[in-house]
Design a protein around this ligand. Structure first.
Ligand SMILES: Cc1ncc(COP(=O)(O)O)c(C=O)c1O
Ligand SMILES: N[C@@H](Cc1ccc(O)cc1)C(=O)O
Length: 473
């Protein structure tokens, strides 16, 4: 299929007719915008790190799509049905069935959120000294792999590191890179393939079904397992349906099931695709590995029938899984992200293309070509955007990439991005217009930006708590 075949806007896809969200608003939460002088004070107090702002001081919050989703009336009703038994909660069995049905794995171990599950899978499936190839790093995923003694190796295709590449499946694994690693270290030294769909750090880019099938075939030749980060797999399935030959008549639910069938298990941050505010799980097909995970979960998360979630959380999650697979929901979800991205493209503002699933990623290298990466261009852009409009974004560049644990040297990622992440079912098209105009205003003053210097650097996941000061001049 040629790239020209893809509809650039949802509007084009449906001719001249507009689309709208498949829900109406039943409850509202007031927003507040503080003055420019107050924003300057708030940003300074936060060390120019948007993670350290108080949400009260934020107008439109595009920090993350994690746990920031609006639940449906059915989910709120489900909360009342939570069974808060310590052991054997009815709500767990309901969740277990929902995960088995939607994702197709045999064993389900609940966790408080995604990184709880990342911790478990890393502890049980990595031997110290082993390698973990994956389609681009994710911060928490890689850290847990490293803490378990593993070394992450990036085997994503080169296109993923190029914000301008229009390749439709920029999340794909490069089979040659994977084969080279196998040849170099030997299959026994590979713990598993860490596969994510979509790929968060690449711009929410999808993996094709053909690619996961090919990875499966390669791994079968060597007896290597594949574990999937299923956090945004529903969004990935939307892109497969839209772009991959043969999938346009398949349902999102069928695509999700087929994708998972090529993998041996998955971990999940349910705070994204599954439309809840907290929760996660680890799912495995192997009985012995599942026993180990079920044993370890009681050490770190809670009993194996709640894993850190309340019974009500598990009820809401079970409903959220079903809702996430509805076609009209996912079309509107991705459609809203595209709406914002296309406004920015119309103004020639540099973003990662094609537009991905959960966010618009501003390309800070092209936005601020005069700022070297050591002056934190993406962090600077997030700070400037907040100052201009009270819109909160997130750095996804050199600060997020952290340091090599062996050499202590900074990683210098090719992608230096500022992420405008869209919570699900929360903001309207008018909010997207305001955000686009705010980005435009910052773009119009781009020569004035001077960059930041890091003055406090925590040891783990530094971007969450690091503090910065502006470069004067
Ligand atoms: C792709 C991906 N994997 C894993 C995680 C970890 O999940 P959590 O934030 O729920 O711990 C996140 C978000 O943090 C994510 O975006
Ligand atoms: N996974 C969430 C929360 C998070 C943010 C940044 C991180 O590096 C880690 C976790 C997100 O992508 O928004």
């Amino acid at each position: 299929m040629e790239m020209e075949d893809y509809p650039r806007t949802m509007g084009q896809q449906f001719g001249r007719r507009s689309w709208a969200e498949p829900w109406k608003i039943k409850m509202v939460e007031p927003l507040r915008i503080i003055s420019r002088a107050e924003r300057e004070a708030a940003l300074k107090a936060a060390g120019y790190n948007t993670f350290l702002l108080r949400s009260e001081d934020v107008y439109i919050d595009l920090l993350t799509d994690s746990g920031t989703n609006a639940m449906s009336d059915r989910q709120w009703a489900a909360l009342m049905m939570g069974d808060e038994a310590y052991a054997g909660s009815r709500s767990f069995y309901r969740l277990e069935a929902a995960v088995q049905q939607a994702y197709g794995y045999r064993h389900v171990i609940p966790t408080h959120q995604g990184r709880g599950a990342e911790h478990l899978i890393s502890r049980i499936a990595i031997q110290p000294g082993q390698y973990v190839p994956g389609n681009m790093y994710f911060t928490t995923t890689r850290l847990h792999q490293e803490l378990a003694g593993g070394t992450f190796v990036d085997v994503i295709i080169d296109e993923a590191h190029d914000p301008l590449s229009q390749y439709p499946f920029k999340g794909n694994v490069d089979l040659d890179k994977l084969q080279t690693l196998i040849n170099q270290v030997g299959a026994k030294q590979i713990a598993y393939i860490s596969l994510a769909g979509t790929v968060n750090m690449a711009g929410g880019q999808p993996v094709s079904m053909a690619n996961v099938r090919a990875v499966r075939e390669l791994c079968d030749r060597y007896g290597i397992r594949i574990f999937l980060d299923a956090t945004r797999l529903v969004e990935n399935a939307f892109f497969i349906k839209e772009r991959e030959p043969g999938y346009d008549t398949r349902t999102i639910a069928e695509i999700v099931r087929e994708f998972c069938s090529y993998t041996d298990g998955a971990w999940m941050s349910a705070k994204k695709d599954s439309l809840v505010n907290i929760g996660g799980w680890l799912a495995l097909n192997d009985d012995q590995l599942a026993d180990e995970a079920r044993n370890l979960v009681v050490v770190y998360e809670g009993l194996h029938t709640y894993g850190g979630m309340a019974g009500r959380d598990m009820e809401a999650l079970a409903v959220g899984i079903e809702e996430s697979l509805q076609e009209d929901y996912i079309r509107a979800r991705i459609g809203q992200v595209r709406y914002l991205g296309e406004l920015l493209l119309d103004w020639n503002i540099p973003i990662v293309e094609p537009i991905g699933g959960h966010a618009i990623f501003l390309d800070a290298r092209r936005f601020y070509p005069h700022l070297p990466q050591d002056l934190f261009p993406a962090q600077t852009l997030a700070a400037e955007l907040y100052l201009d409009s009270g819109v909160r974004a997130m750095e996804r560049g050199i600060a997020s990439a952290g340091r090599d644990p062996k050499t202590g040297q900074n990683h210098y990622p090719k992608l230096e991005l500022t992420r405008l992440t869209i919570p699900r079912r929360v903001y309207t098209q008018a909010h997207m217009d305001v955000v686009a105009e705010a980005v435009k205003a910052v773009y119009d003053q781009r020569e004035r930006a001077r960059g930041l210097r890091m003055v406090y650097e925590p040891r783990y996941l530094r971007f969450f708590q690091a503090r910065f000061e502006p470069i004067e001049g």
